[in-house]
Design a protein around this ligand. Structure first.
Ligand SMILES: Cc1cc2nc3c(=O)[nH]c(=O)nc-3n(C[C@H](O)[C@H](O)[C@H](O)COP(=O)(O)OP(=O)(O)OC[C@H]3O[C@@H](n4cnc5c(N)ncnc54)[C@H](O)[C@@H]3O)c2cc1C
Length: 463
């Protein structure tokens, strides 16, 4: 039976926080509070000139790297007027509209930084937590810290935002039937095919000094439309790793001369930690994190803590995060049960083993997920995964859109809890919203059949 008025604290009012509030409100049986350390919400997407309490902000020039339909919220299609790769202000507006539509801002307690999360003495019976919260308005100095890591560079594959036929790359590529290829064939083989048939045609890394050492699907690519253009017009010169620093510059590997430099920016990745969480909650075996589906600490009984958005998806983050929030709300409401500890551990071990084989060792290997497979996995946990077999027999148009079209979050509102009448419509009309911001607004995706056949036979020669 669903518990009534359980008190839930959401830490952080970024996209994940807002999606959590909406999902919790949707369940309708919680007292909710969201503790947000800054004076604003939307987290990363709330642009600030200065870093606020150590919370990073996007740059004035930031656009999303995943396109709007592929990143859409399942019950809230983005406006057709938004550009396909939304500018940060549009993402902010999108999150704002979503939060306002669901009236969840009232749950956010701003300027409240959680500094410690501990289990109560009676945790085993009640599953309750205690928090230490600091008011960031009255506290004099925020903590600011810088982490610098230096690593040997191996290069990454560069993916252009513009994909085949001039449509967003992810709209063209993030399709279930394509993602399923790497469940069937070895990842290296699928990577090679994509590199040869797709990436190299646009930007051949082999022409430049740093050739990616890893395959496309075994290391996150960099999504940018500018990099190759800057390389080819010489405004950026690619160099291998740094041998050493000198007084006024650096010496690159394989070179003897000093390249003078006034400023060095270390863009050397990040690591993760949960300084506010009591020790012993998030258990790590070697570098494997014991988190069920990257969300629930496996050994924690009762499961009253969930970590959302702690994933590195091969694809956009918004849809899997929203699904996590919906699932968590169901579990907290007592409407969905977690499997036994043994089963959860088996699942975490399996993901870890598969990821090690694909990416190699590392502290983030437990949280790497494939966008489509992971969304399906989470949706299946609470009954929102669409029944494709059913649609194959009852609605073939919808079936083809889901199977062969871009993977859209609206499909997780077709059936199951909190399904929506408009979900099918949102799937069928998504192309209109993609094409709208382009001036002609006519589909060039459906081309002449001969042109299509010609292109496919060319691709078939490569694949
Ligand atoms: C430059 C950039 C581009 C990106 N592009 C994409 C993209 O194209 N597509 C995509 O899907 N994803 C993208 N992402 C990832 C995207 O940021 C995430 O998908 C999403 O915004 C993360 O939201 P979040 O709420 O988990 O975290 P955040 O946005 O970081 O929000 C965390 C919130 O928690 C608050 N907080 C932190 N600590 C505490 C505390 N102790 N107590 C109280 N409050 C606290 C912070 O103030 C903040 O408001 C991008 C990220 C960056 C940085």
């Amino acid at each position: 039976m669903a518990s009534l008025n359980k008190r839930i604290a959401v830490i952080g009012g970024g996209y994940s926080g807002i999606a959590s509030l909406v999902a919790l409100k949707e369940e309708g049986c919680f007292d909710i509070v969201c503790l947000e350390k800054t004076g604003n919400y939307a987290g990363t997407w709330c642009y600030k000139e200065e870093t606020d309490f150590g919370v990073a902000s996007i740059m004035p020039t930031t656009h999303m790297v995943s396109s709007k339909e592929i990143s859409a919220i399942s019950n809230f299609p983005p406006r057709k007027e938004y550009s396909n790769f939304m500018k940060h202000a549009q993402v902010y507006e999108y999150i704002q509209e979503y939060a306002k539509l669901h009236d969840v801002l009232k749950y956010i307690q701003f300027n409240s930084e959680v500094t410690e999360v501990k289990r109560c003495d009676d945790f085993e019976e009640t599953g309750r937590w205690t928090f230490s919260v600091k008011n960031t308005m009255t506290n004099e100095k925020p903590l600011a810290f810088v982490m610098v890591y230096l690593s040997a560079r191996s290069g990454v594959h560069v993916v252009n935002r513009i994909g085949l036929n001039g449509i967003p790359y992810d709209y063209a590529l993030f399709r279930p039937y394509l993602y399923q290829l790497w469940d069937i064939f070895p990842v290296k083989y699928v990577s090679w095919c994509l590199e040869t048939g797709y990436i190299d045609v646009q930007f051949n890394h082999k022409l430049y000094p740093v050739v990616p050492k890893k395959h496309l699907l075994t290391k996150d690519p960099s999504v940018t439309s500018n990099f190759s253009a800057k390389l080819i017009n010489g405004s950026v010169i690619q160099k291998p790793g740094i041998e050493r620093f000198t007084e006024d510059g650096v010496i690159f590997e394989g070179e003897t001369e000093v390249t003078k430099a006034d400023v060095v920016i270390m863009a050397t990745c990040y690591t993760w930690k949960f300084p506010l969480l009591e020790e012993g909650v998030l258990i790590q075996d070697d570098d494997r994190l014991n988190l069920y589906k990257c969300v629930f600490p496996i050994q924690l009984k009762p499961p009253t803590l969930a970590i959302v958005a702690f994933i590195l998806p091969y694809g956009p983050g918004f849809p899997p995060v929203e699904l996590q929030c919906r699932w968590v709300a169901k579990v907290f409401a007592g409407k969905c049960k977690l499997p036994s500890e043994k089963k959860m551990l088996k699942d975490a071990k399996k993901r870890y083993k598969t990821n090690i084989a694909r990416y190699g060792r590392g502290d983030k290997v437990s949280i790497k997920v494939d966008f489509i497979q992971y969304c399906d996995e989470i949706a299946a946990e609470f009954g929102a995964k669409p029944d494709l077999l059913k649609y194959f027999f009852t609605d073939i148009k919808l079936f083809s859109k889901i199977m062969f079209g871009p993977s859209l979050a609206y499909q997780y509102r077709l059936q199951g809890p909190h399904s929506l009448d408009g979900a099918r419509e949102a799937i069928m009309t998504c192309e209109d919203r993609v094409l709208y911001p382009l001036a002609r607004r006519e589909s060039n995706v459906h081309e002449n059949i001969f042109k299509n056949l010609f292109r496919k036979s060319l691709l078939a020669m490569v694949f």
